[in-house]
Write a protein that binds this ligand. Structure first.
Ligand SMILES: Nc1nc2c(c(=O)[nH]1)N[C@H]1C(S)=C(S)[C@@H](COP(=O)(O)OP(=O)(O)OC[C@H]3O[C@@H](n4cnc5c(=O)[nH]c(N)nc54)[C@H](O)[C@@H]3O)O[C@H]1N2
Ligand SMILES: Nc1nc2c(c(=O)[nH]1)N[C@H]1C(S)=C(S)[C@@H](COP(=O)(O)OP(=O)(O)OC[C@H]3O[C@@H](n4cnc5c(=O)[nH]c(N)nc54)[C@H](O)[C@@H]3O)O[C@H]1N2
Ligand code: SF4
Ligand SMILES: [Mo]
Length: 572
């Protein structure tokens, strides 16, 4: 039987389950017959087999009864519904069908791509990616703030033998294969993008036709990029001007795709960064050229029926759990994934009753009053739409659950108890989602958004250039913090690497303990060396249990997104 990987990953692999074993679907254009190390050892990670009340095992039906009693005891408007991205199946949202009429507060914004997403929308209305079929045609791929080999290893295999330009503070695996690698200072991508635009204008590389017919504000854009002194721009990012020439030389006249990751936008100014990079793409006319365009974290719901939309009020990165009597946490681990852990911990302690609904024991579940085990993706009906490619996959129930309850069954139970409006059947929700925006082609389901796709230009009316930007450089002493994803974990799930990495330095010894300190908190780590880093950076992988003690819980200027890397770190 076929299903799909539920995890938050660009690749959204299609899976074949043969005699209980998970393998990559051979006919899927992205999965290509294999899965990544995480899914290959999916069964190895111990799940909750029992519900917990006050951290003591109770039967599942007892736990759901306690949940019902507590929901009755507290007022809906003093409750918070908090959902993370542990499973990105569309049916995960079904629990809102209870918590919405109950009166809960929902979150808005993201811990992820939200700042950059606003930047893209400001320029071209929606985040519709160039499809994989177009990336395959590209001659040059610019990998900008994305660790393709680790975070989207299937897309890596599609691009790895093309001419590559990589822009990253870390010499990642793909950077080692690049024709040009720009190891820039973190948080300076916007200056690099503006500098590229300036040089491209000097080289007369702008596409006058495209600019005239499909863009707005080009004149303002020219004034804007001219308002920066070249020396000033060049000083920001540590990139030699000769490299800028080389960049333009490599892409001139070529089919070029830009694979942009979340690395460039974990900052207050994240939206400006995406907008500036896309302005560069637009001035070259690459949105209207075959095999060219931009691929970021796409809007996977675009064009599809969304049964479970709710209006969020509480910004996710700065969520204050302590404001609420009852907190329902589903598919998330805020004690590790959210910035400024100390504030999260205080909030969770203050809330009167905390429910954790998930698969694995983690730092958040350990603080919960009630733990309800969820079913795994193999034990419930769902559908996966990718943010990294144009295909979608059905996720039928393959195994009967031995323990745990699905999101749908828990919602149905609560709705029944409270007498709220009944749910449609799972199959019906899924059928409506599929029918709203997909079609079958060569044995796979594809989003209709791409049915007549020629170039990315067809997905918007006019591109609007960036014409303003304000920023205050990151102040304070110390190292820049990089918090990239690790190969063996999926955020805080699976195999976690808790070390702090630094470029080999005679003042430190590998294996020693160091206290990392920022304006927001401190934490002790084991130190390790990593030759691939700049000497002004440290790396703590996302998902490390102490990393977010150091990060600020402010939100980005636009998009209510986390700004994990707007911080300097001292090592003591
Ligand atoms: N194995 C694995 N795969 C994953 C995940 C996982 O945890 N593990 N997580 C999934 C999720 S939720 C997401 S959002 C995606 C994210 O996947 P990616 O978009 O690849 O994001 P990151 O790994 O956070 O960072 C990518 C790169 O940005 C670089 N970077 C950091 N700061 C800057 C900067 O200021 N400028 C530039 N140019 N580069 C910078 C980092 O060095 C890193 O190489 O991956 C998904 N896939
Ligand atoms: N410092 C730093 N922190 C970061 C990031 C960073 O770059 N740096 N990246 C951020 C990003 S991009 C993201 S997306 C977030 C992700 O952060 P979270 O949204 O907190 O996701 P996870 O850490 O993967 O936690 C997911 C939990 O979901 C549960 N789960 C898994 N499957 C299911 C299911 O089917 N049903 C239910 N009910 N539960 C399930 C598991 O028990 C797991 O512990 O982290 C962010 N945190
Ligand atoms: S985590 Fe990503 S690469 Fe691994 S199986 Fe899932 S979708 Fe594929
Ligand atoms: Mo993410």
């Amino acid at each position: 039987m076929k299903t799909a990987c539920p995890l938050d990953c660009y690749d959204s692999c299609e899976i074949e389950v043969i005699d209980g074993k998970l393998t990559g679907a051979v006919a899927h254009p992205v999965t290509n017959g294999y899965l990544c190390p995480i899914l290959n050892s999916y069964d190895k990670f111990p799940r909750f087999q029992k519900a917990l009340y006050n951290q003591k095992e109770v039967a599942l039906d007892k736990a759901t009864e306690i949940l019902f009693e507590k929901l009755k005891e507290f007022e809906g408007k003093k409750s918070l519904y908090y959902r993370g991205s542990g499973n990105l199946g569309k049916m995960q949202g079904v629990t809102t069908k209870f918590f919405n009429p109950y009166g809960s507060t929902f979150t808005k914004g993201t811990l992820c791509e939200g700042a950059g997403e606003v930047g893209v929308i400001q320029g071209r209305e929606s985040v519709i990616n160039m499809p994989i079929s177009e990336i395959k045609k590209s001659e040059v791929v610019v990998v900008w703030g994305r660790n393709v080999s680790d975070t989207n290893s299937h897309i890596y295999n599609i691009i790895k033998d093309k001419t590559l330009i990589v822009i990253d503070p870390v010499k990642t695996k793909i950077a080692q294969k690049a024709k040009l690698f720009l190891q820039l200072k973190p948080r300076t991508d916007i200056y690099l993008a503006i500098l590229l635009c300036r040089f491209a204008i000097m080289d007369e590389m702008e596409d006058e036709n495209f600019i005239k017919n499909h863009t707005e504000d080009f004149r303002w854009f020219l004034d804007f990029i001219d308002s920066f002194r070249l020396n000033y721009l060049a000083k920001q990012h540590d990139i030699d001007l000769l490299e800028i020439d080389k960049f333009l030389e490599i892409i001139k006249g070529k089919k070029v795709s830009f694979l942009i990751g979340v690395g460039v936008q974990k900052y207050e100014i994240g939206h400006f960064v995406l907008r500036a990079i896309e302005s560069f793409v637009a001035m070259l006319g690459l949105f209207d050229k075959e095999g060219s365009g931009v691929h970021y974290l796409g809007d996977s719901g675009f064009g599809f029926k969304n049964h479970f939309t709710v209006r969020g009020q509480e910004p996710k990165p700065s969520v204050n759990f302590g404001k609420y009597d009852l907190v329902f946490i589903q598919g998330a681990n805020p004690m590790v994934s959210n910035p400024q852990t100390e504030i999260i911990k205080d909030g969770i302690k203050k809330a009167k009753f905390v429910i954790y609904f998930g698969l694995y024991e983690n730092e958040t579940s350990k603080m919960a009053d009630l733990v309800i085990p969820a079913c795994s993706f193999l034990e419930k009906e769902d559908i996966k739409i990718s943010y990294g490619h144009e295909y979608l996959s059905l996720m039928p129930k393959i195994n009967e659950p031995k323990f745990g309850i699905s999101e749908y069954d828990l919602t149905e139970f609560l709705i029944g108890k409270f007498g709220y409006e009944k749910l449609k059947s799972e199959k019906e929700y899924i059928r409506e989602i599929v029918e709203s925006n997909s079609y079958g082609e060569d044995g796979v389901l594809k989003a209709k958004t791409y049915q007549n796709y020629k170039t990315q230009k067809d997905t918007f009316d006019n591109f609007i250039f960036i014409d303003e930007f304000e920023d205050e450089a990151l102040s304070g002493e110390g190292y820049y913090l990089l918090t990239s994803k690790s190969k063996k974990s999926l955020n805080s799930q699976f195999e976690i690497d808790n070390c702090l990495y630094i470029k080999p330095d005679e003042n430190f010894q590998e294996g020693q303990k160091v206290l990392a300190k920022s304006d927001y908190g401190s934490y002790e780590f084991e130190l390790k060396f990593d030759e691939r880093l700049r000497k002004d950076c440290i790396l703590i992988y996302a998902g490390a249990s102490g990393g977010n003690y150091l990060t600020p819980n402010r939100v980005s200027e636009e998009g209510d997104s986390a700004v994990f890397q707007d911080v300097k770190i001292e090592l003591i």
